[in-house]
Structures are given as C-alpha cells and as structure tokens.
Unconditional design. Sequence first.
Length: 200
Amino acid sequence: MFPGAPADSVIDNANIPPNGPVVYSAPAAKPCNFATCYTEDNCQFSIYFVGSGITIYTASFLTPANATFSIDNGQHIRTFTMGIQGPGPINNISAYTVTDLDLTPHLFTATVNNWTQANSQTNDSSLFFDYAVVSSSSSKPHSEPVGPIVGGVVGGTVLLFALACCFFYMKKRSGKATNSAKEATDSARTVTAIVISRGT
C-alpha cells in the first residue's frame, strides 16, 4: 500500500516520489514536463489521499483529452473531455473537483479513454496530470441535537414563569398582611376612642 497524500497538500507531478501517492498502470509515463497518460498505453493512474476533497489540475499539449475520473472505485464518476488547446502547453486546467468526502483515506482514479471525433472516428487521447490539491476542510453542516435545546428553552421558560408567579403571590400576600395590621391598628384606635368618649 502506498502512503496517502496528506490533507491540505499539493501533489505536484514534478515531486512525485517513486513509492508516493500517485501510481501509474502503464509501464512508464512518456517523458514530458507533465506526468502523462496515453490511451495507446491503456493508461490509468491513481492518487491515494487523506482528505475531504481533491481537485485535479491537468494541462493541454496539442492532443485532445478524454478521461473518466472517480473516487473510491466508482463513486463520484465524471468524464473530462477537452479538445486541442493552443499552440503550446496550457497549465492549471481544473479537470475534476470533489468535496464533502469523509476525512478518511480515499483513492482517486483516472482512466484515459479514446477521443471520439464529430465524424464518430476514434483517436488516441492523452491526459497530462499537472498537480492535485487535497483539502481537509469540510462544508458539511454540523447538526446539533434538537431535543435537549428545545427542552432547555421550554424548561427555562416554565421556571421563569413559576418564579414570576411566586413573586407576585408573595407580594400580594405581604400586601394583605400589611393591610390586616393596619386594619387592626385602626380598630384598636377606634375602640380606644369609644372608651375614652364614654368615660367622660
């Protein structure tokens, strides 16, 4: 097993170690400034990586490209086709992007297919691997359990309501006690006033 490319890294064709994360099925990639696969070689290449996403960048060099890309042996399958571009090599062509993968080891695979022309004639095609960017960031939403949140809000509201009721009940009760004491004092004054007036 080959070591996977680490997350948040760039896999550059110029810096691929012999036992690194990029593996070619063809006996040897043809010499070029890019790691190259041709259909005449029945070429396929794979990249082992650990991350939540990967973007594959290719280059164009006077030959059409027709390739099938996938992750983990047949998931996220996409076809990349591109006609002949410009008089010389063009770099940094984003050919494939996949995101929202689990942050675990993955296997990217590219298979080079024949190029089918408008007249249905097929020719060889090529894929010039320039570099890949492996990402570890994830845009997957993190879900929070709703039950405890709703329970906390409802429980807090009920507790505040109960405290408010107790406060108003105690205030009303203390108001009655004050009124009763005032009435008792007023009654005692009335009785005293009556006794004094009769004594005279």
